[in-house]
Design a protein around this ligand. Sequence first.
Ligand code: GLN
Length: 280
Amino acid sequence: MTLKQAIHHARGSLAAKNIEDALLESELLLRHALKISQTQLYIDFDRELSPKQEKTFWNLVKRRLKGEPTAYIIGHREFYGYDFQVNHDVLIPRPESELLVEKAIQIAQNRSGVTIAEIGTGCGAIAISLALNLPKAKIYATDISAPALKVAQANCQKHGVTERVCLLPGDMLDPLPEPVDLIVANLPYVGESELPIQTSSEPRLALDGGPDGLEKIRQLASQLNSKLNPESYLLLEMGQGQEKAVTTTLSSLFPSAKIEVTPDLAGIDRVVSLHLTRLS
Ligand code: GLN
């Protein structure tokens, strides 16, 4: 069987299980099995797989068919154009979270000496993408999970930003040593009733937002006062249908702050921004 035929086969099996991006995932799995780059994959398309290579590949495809996400099988995932290591201790970065990065860059790029904190950094994808795009920013990244911070540490090394991203263990804003100009967070926001639907073996700690999904967001909002500078911003990711509850919570705590909601590419209200001015 050639590489091309193997991909064709795997694609069919994944698509039959309603796995989106079946072609892309088949290519990622085959590249992982053979330890080759994308370019090499295309160069070798008509080459025959050895029986051993075929076996290794189908074992990976079988794991995927049983529900294990490709990112965990191959141990990495692309986000904002960069490659990040992932394992079962961290949430797999989602494309919709790139909106948080875009918004944060828009806010921070014209400010000099800006200090940013990412709360609940997981594998570090958001904080590291910010560090790579905002060379002058000082960045803190916190997480309550020590194993998650280990993954973030590895990713900081991989991207050469260990000096730029200060990883801090602890809950929410507690570990921050000073007030900051911008807080970015993709907190757990999945409600209790939807949690059992999440079958992807991702850490519950990174998804569980309590009964209505908003427990962590409310907790963070209530701590903001002490950790935001007078002229500052908060950017939060949220789930489908949560915009009203989130904006109401924020506007009751900060009645004169400017609050905006931005939809993701699928049209779902995904990011809420809060702009605190001196008068808020
Ligand atoms: N967007 C993720 C999901 O739907 C949830 C991430 C989160 O809770 N922050 O699986």
